[in-house]
Design a protein around this ligand. Structure first.
Ligand SMILES: [Zn+2]
Length: 191
């Protein structure tokens, strides 16, 4: 088993093989993990939340859910989940997002840069699976970001269905409830 710690407001690259289990652990609780992945050997096929919504016919991720690529290929299956609230709607935080909402993007750590750096890419936007992010949509379509429901040590476990390269970031938003107002670490175990 390989153990990784993603320090607060930073990102990591992890190569995984088909059949391996990926445990993503909220170390202290209340922290979002931006999860992105490419099919091994290409930058052109990668995790797609919108395709995942399309294929699963839901905006929720739960045990048994498949996470699909932008080319409609199954990439991961959810094996277990301690939390039950994850987000498929929001892009990774970025300099532009911090500028838009808080006018503080310059030199602010952000998940877009963290994941691009991890994967050696220069994407202008990344749409990840935001594990532990607690997005609530009301009947009028209004969206609220609430504090994550995850407690210390809570985890979600995925099975890799293809060889792939993960780019995961411990989200760096401290300005609102996304990460409960403080940024903490994410642990990852591969087995
Ligand atoms: Zn972020």
């Amino acid at each position: 088993m390989d153990n990784y710690i993603i320090q607060p407001q930073s990102g990591i690259r992890i190569d995984v093989r088909k059949g391996q289990r990926i445990e993503i652990i909220d170390v202290e609780g209340g922290q979002v993990a931006d999860f992105f992945a490419e099919i091994k050997g290409t930058h052109d096929e990668y995790v797609s939340p919108s395709v995942t919504i399309d294929c699963n016919e839901t905006i929720k991720i739960e045990v048994g859910s498949i996470i699909y690529s932008n080319q409609y290929k199954p990439m991961f299956r959810v094996e277990s989940d301690d939390v039950g609230a994850h987000d498929l709607l929001f892009p990774s935080c970025s300099k532009n997002m911090y500028d838009f909402f808080y006018q503080n993007g310059l030199n602010h750590p952000n998940c877009l840069d963290n994941i691009n750096h991890a994967l050696g890419t220069e994407r202008t936007i990344i749409q990840p699976i935001n594990f532990f992010m607690n997005t609530v949509v009301d009947e009028n379509g209004k969206i609220q970001i609430k504090k994550p429901l995850s407690k210390a040590g809570d985890r979600i476990v995925l099975m890799a269905l293809v060889d792939c390269v993960l780019g995961i970031s411990a989200c760096s938003v401290s300005e609102c409830d996304t990460n409960s107002g403080r940024c903490t670490a994410i642990a990852v175990k591969i087995r």
